[in-house]
Design a protein around this ligand. Sequence first.
Ligand code: CA
Length: 335
Amino acid sequence: MATTKIWTEINYQRDGKQVGYLNLPHSVTRSAYGAIAIPVAVVKQGEGPTALLMAGNHGDEYEGQIALSKLIAVLEATQVCGRVIILPATNLPAAMAGARVSPIDEVNLNRAFPGDPAGTITRQIAHYVDSVLFPMADVVHDFHSGGSSLDYLAFASVHESGDPAIDARGLAALRAFGAPLSLQWKRGGDADLSFASYACMRHGAPYLGGEFGGGGRVSRAGVGLVERGLRRLLAQTGILDPALAPPSEPEPIRMVAVPGRDWFAYAPEPGLFEPATELGEAVRKGDLCGLVHFVDNPARTPLPCHFKEDGFVVCKRHLGRVERGDCVAHLAVDI
Ligand code: CA
């Protein structure tokens, strides 16, 4: 079986705090023997559980990248019982470009699992995370946002795995994280198994995600929620002294779910999309989601787009121009 080409001076078994790089060989004209240096930190003391904290899976989703960079600066080995592995910019080329996909191979890391040690750069990153890091982890939190094209109500999330034991551990971890909006992505028959979530859970570890902002911005509230929630998660896992975790958020947890594909709305034609709802708004099946305008041909009647189910708007497209098939909104429902 082929093994990873990624090499590192980090020793995952060593006690103490190490901040270094995962070096992914990338031989190009300007650097014949060069490597892409993906930042990693390991903070370990003694025996105990391992938490893997990731951000920059999508490079244009910033709250987690900032929160994890700040965590690396302050977390000390004396504060932990077990191990915390932190990847603040997992798909480094994408993070440095402020882009969802890598500029090197145009691959979306979160559609590349379980990866390929002989594949393109992003597939090699996926393979390292899947074959080296996920097997070490007792819990994984991968921080996302809506990226450049989507706006989200901030939430932490779990993906339904289909394994009741993993799902129970995931929901307990989600409650410990304590986001006022906490969401479960239901697993339909059309689940895309190339997501990091499903790859992680195939190794038996619960996987938390979440959308903490969007629109290519940095949400201050999102950064703060990640910073507080991850400490509560580490305390629940037994890695961090609960005295070092902040208290629960003042708001009670609202548990919601995205049941499936029918809770998404897509642009029916290319044009300029005028949304008819705001984030957080409750809607009914058949309600107007928005209108596609044809500003190059104003004689053409704007085309409506309707919601196919009841729910509330948790995600909206950020950008005005749409192509046919772009997601313009999706709903969640209370559970
Ligand atoms: Ca994302």
